[in-house]
Design a protein around this ligand. Structure first.
Ligand code: ADP
Ligand code: MG
Length: 604
């Protein structure tokens, strides 16, 4: 039994207060088909969302089988929605380019069920709604009624005790509406179905009970379920079991896996925008994590900001192209071409970032009303070395892995060995999210901060770079690996104090200084392999020093800093300024047609 007790809910938007539910009480039987009728704006959707845990009530109580939800945590609501509730909406919320089967399986993604069982359950659910023979169709090849049946299958695949449907036939003509209603009636045989509709005829014909709402109040109920509260035990406070993998956990995992700020490759931003965010949005509709999404929206945006790059691809239209170019079932014997790479290139656009920037910085640009901050990044890679008595190691970009890079290409580029990255320009974006464990935040461009993970770890790569582990050990491992020898994993796990990191120093070299003008050849020559030259350069380089150790605090759901050693944004500006003053850059700008490294014309 589900008891709605004296629930009130108001929405506040700016100055405006809107009372959506005004002291609503309602007891629902475990097995009935309830239709909620009422005019637009009467609070139907709000009531349904409160019942489903998609939205929170302000006061009152929702009592589920005798258990009060007053003290429910986010995790309890997650679990309630995952195990107990299925949702169906007016707009079907299917993913257009995935098959019907994949759409239904998706609802089981976070349930922790194995692949084979997932598939079987999805097939069963689709068979139940009469679509067992259309598993591999895409939603855009189906009628509205069929799509709604897919949505119902998706809601049923978790075998929920309660099915909630918000105007499920709102977008359908009367014939298809009847099919969907027949299905819901069937579904209601062994569970509670609550359906919002503004069609009184359908309600009369199919529902076993009709509740009318007006201005946030119940004005009629043709089959009330009266419960003598005094005979019931007082509602208990208990928390639900864990969802097998809570949505929060799975989302956090994905964020961590994709966490590379700049230099994010096309693939990871693709995964970020389609895979994770896309799935999160769909799940937020089907499994009801709206409130949760809302809560972390701001913090997550700091992790997944809206980014504009020089070249970009319109993903939405790419997907459209991919979906529309799929050949339908009647394809004959011939093999058809599917455009992929050509559509990719035709969708790739160049952005005029210079104009965009002057617009963003102009008076009439309203962006600051909506954005917390605007950050610019310049793809600057500081050349950082560690000086160790009479030896120097280049730690950024990390030279130890250059060889692996050549051998393993793309895979190696995903290895977490670049430990240096930049702090955002505005510290308001991250300072609240992090606690200082030791030392302080950088106070000048040459001070660095170490970011450790939530479980107090830093990578071995970082330890090698800082000289806390012997870097020749790393070189040996890479050498052995490359030579096909067995590499022994170092079994002992290093442990360090926060204070061990404070005062660690590096040297930064202006990359232009690595090139020397060769008078004879009239070219700039790279001196990287000249050890004496480089040693001198590194010794005279700019000293950078770690002054603080920080960690994301427990309250913030998403932290925007990479783990590793971070330098102030001002350092990037300094590098750009230094570069512009260097001879080699001046020479190149003076004669833009001839390459200063080769003496050849670019157009040759
Ligand atoms: P119905 O589903 O019956 O059309 P709703 O439950 O959606 O009604 O809305 C009830 C009232 O609450 C309406 O006046 C609506 O404008 C208001 N309302 C609903 N959702 C929001 C929201 N997110 N923010 C502000 N007001 C809202
Ligand atoms: Mg509504």
């Amino acid at each position: 039994m589900l008891q709605v007790k004296n629930i009130r809910k108001k929405y506040v938007t700016g100055e405006l207060e809107q009372i959506a539910l005004n002291d609503v009480s309602l007891n629902l039987r475990d097995n009935e088909f309830v239709a909620i009728l009422g005019q637009s704006g009467s609070g139907k959707t709000t009531l349904l969302n409160v019942i489903g845990g998609l939205d929170r009530y302000d006061s009152g109580d929702l009592i589920i089988n005798g258990i009060s939800t007053k003290n429910y945590s986010d995790r309890d609501w997650d679990s309630y929605r995952n195990h107990t509730i299925g949702f169906v909406f007016q707009s079907y919320n299917l993913i257009p380019h995935q098959t019907v089967l994949a759409n239904v399986e998706l609802a089981l993604t976070i349930s922790g069920i194995s692949g084979a069982e997932k598939r079987q359950r999805a097939i069963d659910a689709l068979t139940q709604v009469g679509l067992g023979n259309q598993l591999h169709k895409k939603p855009n090849q189906m009628s509205g009624g069929q799509m709604q049946r897919v949505a119902i299958a998706r809601a049923l695949v978790n075998n929920p005790d309660i099915l909630l449907a918000d105007e499920p036939t709102g977008a359908l003509d009367s014939d298809t509406s009847i099919q969907v209603m027949d299905l819901l009636k069937e579904v209601a045989k062994d569970r509670l179905v609550v359906m919002v509709t503004h069609n009184p005829e359908l309600a009369e014909q199919y529902a076993t009970r009709i509740v009318r709402l007006s201005d946030g109040k119940i004005v009629d109920d043709n089959d009330p379920f009266l419960v003598d509260d005094s005979k019931l035990a007082p509602p208990k406070h208990a928390n639900m079991g864990k969802a097998s993998m809570s949505f929060l956990t799975s989302l956090a995992l994905s964020f961590n896996n994709l966490r590379t700020k700049k230099g994010r490759t096309f693939l990871t931003s693709f995964a970020g925008s389609i895979g994770i965010i896309g799935i999160a949005l769909i799940l937020s509709l089907s499994n009801g994590v709206n409130t949760y999404i809302h809560n972390i929206e701001e913090e997550t945006l700091s992790e997944y900001p809206v980014t504009v790059q020089t070249t970009d691809v319109d993903l939405a239209s790419m997907i459209q192209v991919a979906a529309s170019s799929s050949v339908d079932e009647e394809a004959g014997e011939e093999v058809n071409e599917r455009k992929t790479i050509s559509s990719f290139f035709s969708q790739a656009k160049k952005n005029d970032l210079k104009s965009l920037r002057s617009y963003l910085e102009s008076e009439e640009c309203p962006v600051y009303d909506y954005a917390n901050a605007i950050e610019y990044s310049y793809l600057v890679t500081p050349q950082i070395y560690r000086l160790d008595k009479e030896e120097y190691y280049q730690v950024n970009p990390n030279k130890s892995f250059a060889e692996l890079n050549r051998t393993y290409g793309a895979m190696a580029s995903r290895m977490p060995y670049n430990i240096f990255s930049s702090l955002p320009e505005s510290d308001s974006l991250y300072k609240d999210q992090y606690d200082v464990l030791e030392g302080h935040w950088p106070e000048n461009p040459h001070q660095l901060v170490l970011v450790v993970s939530q479980d107090n770890c830093i990578t071995d790569v970082a330890l090698y770079a800082m000289g806390l582990k012997d870097p020749s050990e790393l070189d040996q491992m890479i050498q052995d690996y490359r030579d096909g020898k067995e590499v022994e994993e170092v079994s002992e796990i290093g442990k360090y104090k926060y204070s061990d990191f404070i005062g660690k120093q590096f040297k930064m070299v202006n990359i232009a200084d690595r090139y020397q003008f060769d008078l004879k050849r009239k070219l700039y020559v790279d001196k990287e392999d000249d050890e004496k030259y480089m040693m001198n350069l590194v010794k005279n380089g700019q000293t950078l020093e770690i002054v603080g150790v920080v960690k994301k605090n427990a309250d913030s759901k998403a932290g925007m800093l990479s783990h590793g050693v971070l330098y102030p944004f001002e350092l990037e500006k300094e590098i750009i300024l230094d570069a512009s003053k260097s001879d080699i850059v001046k020479a190149q700008i003076k004669d833009p047609d001839v390459d200063v490294f080769t003496g050849k014309r670019f157009d040759d």
